[in-house]
Write a protein that binds this ligand. Sequence first.
Ligand SMILES: [Zn+2]
Length: 256
Amino acid sequence: MRLGELTWEEAGKELRKADFVLLPTGSFEQHGPHLPLLTDSIRAEHLSEEVARRAAERGLKILLLPVLPYGVSEHHMRFPGTISVDPLTYISLIEDVGRSLARHGAKRFLILNFHGGNLAPLEVAAARIRSRHGLRTYVLHWTSYAREAILEVLRPSPTWGHACEHETSIVMLYRPELVRRERIRRPRVKARPSARAFYYFDEISDTGGLGDPARASADKARIIVERATEAIVRVLEEILRLEEEMGAAQGGSPAK
Ligand SMILES: [Zn+2]
């Protein structure tokens, strides 16, 4: 069920009933010579629907928000077309979405993220939403739940992670007409020190991508999506179970 397709009267009821209100977070950034700028947001749209559908089959009620198509992408700004939100703006925006949901009585806010650059600001925003507005907020990075299946099924090259065999496979599955197959080439990827540091993507890769997109396959994507969707729905079930236990430990006080 999509929150944006409801009227305010319907939304008033559904927001209080839903187990999770789900915000898919994507990006608008270069994805090599063969994938579109909206790659992460396309993944966000389809893969969040998969999660919502599977969750519904298991009796969980999810209200879907529209994908947030912009993310924190300064590291891709040297490539044309990339649009990046400042991390502090991003934290504020996510907090405002959470604050609004809290005002309307939502029980839980679930952020399903599809772009690594969003992760640090999302964690800050999630902490603020809980501490300032009382709404329990969970951040799940989709690829973390797909990692095992990706390694097993795609056997990606060691540098995979962006516009690579994994992301190319997912776009091939849902929007094959957007993959420029004739433009697929293997990037030259430079090694980085193990310390955390900020790099622009053209310092690391000559194409803007990582890994080996030539290994991509829609059939393999199907298997990965199936396993990741299942893993994420299990986490949602776990959240509900553990919240109940925490509530019981606090003498049955409501989970706020
Ligand atoms: Zn991506």
